[in-house]
Design a protein around this ligand. Structure first.
Ligand SMILES: Cc1cc2nc3c(=O)[nH]c(=O)nc-3n(C[C@H](O)[C@H](O)[C@H](O)COP(=O)(O)O)c2cc1C
Length: 225
């Protein structure tokens, strides 16, 4: 039932995004969305950048191509959020960090939808199995995640419970199929009140990830990279 409601809402949301007045909508034709009004320079001399990301494809215990979602970029099969992380890595020279969980998420898409709904209902905190050992050395942390049920995956709540990003700059990036960030940037700021959370994060439709590298670079340029 929840799955049906999700699909229905996604259809309605997609149609309303298409119908939305362009002057208010920050979504560009290719499905990417970055703020055009907020100019924020993130990059500074001597920065150390970490790019942390969560993708089901690296948490399903199967080969990426057997997971619920992946894309192919330059001949490589990767989780969609990982594909964005790679593009950001190329543009910033930062270090990649895969958020991994003890939970093995269903590789089957429909089962994953139901599993994630239950996790969210329970406000679960999946146990993390990967660890950032030297967080102190980074002052800018890009954090990427898919939209799951109009929110971050519960693993991101575990992640923000685990690490204190006070004094650091957090730069969100996201993959969705209609909901974009869906209020998650505000949630991150609430969870990390002493971090500077950049509001013009990068969000892209799952269908456009493979072709997003130019848009990612343009966004990074707007942040000073
Ligand atoms: C469990 C689940 C819930 C999802 N919920 C939403 C949603 O609420 N809104 C949305 O736009 N997309 C939703 N999606 C689509 C994902 O955001 C999209 O497929 C994303 O590419 C997944 O990233 P990944 O391939 O790196 O894991 C959902 C996907 C899954 C698997």
């Amino acid at each position: 039932m929840k799955r049906f409601v999700y699909m229905l809402l996604t259809m309605v949301l997609t149609l309303s995004l298409v119908a939305c007045d362009n002057s208010q909508d920050q979504t560009e034709d290719n499905g990417t969305s970055t703020s055009k009004t907020t100019e924020t320079t993130v990059a500074k001399e001597g920065d150390s950048v970490l790019i942390a990301y969560f993708t089901a494809a690296e948490n399903s215990g199967v080969d990426v191509t057997s997971s619920a979602s992946y894309t192919t970029v330059n001949g490589s099969d990767v989780g969609r959020v990982r594909a964005l992380a790679d593009m950001i890595q190329k543009g910033t020279g930062g270090e990649l960090f895969s958020i991994q969980t003890k939970t093995i998420y269903p590789a089957n898409g429909e089962e994953l939808i139901d599993y994630a709904a239950q996790e969210q209902d329970e406000d679960a905190r999946p146990i993390l199995t990967s660890e950032i050992k030297n967080l102190d050395q980074y002052n800018v942390v890009f954090i990427g995640y898919p939209t799951w049920w109009y929110d971050m995956p519960q693993a991101l709540y575990s992640f923000f419970d685990t690490y204190d990003f006070s004094g650091k700059t957090i730069v969100p990036f996201n993959v969705h199929n209609g909901s974009q960030f869906s209020g998650t940037i505000e949630t991150i700021q609430e969870l990390e009140p002493d971090a500077k959370v950049i509001t013009n994060g990068f969000t892209v439709s799952e269908n456009d990830v493979a072709d997003a590298s130019e848009d990612v670079q343009a966004w990074l340029t707007s942040l000073g990279y």
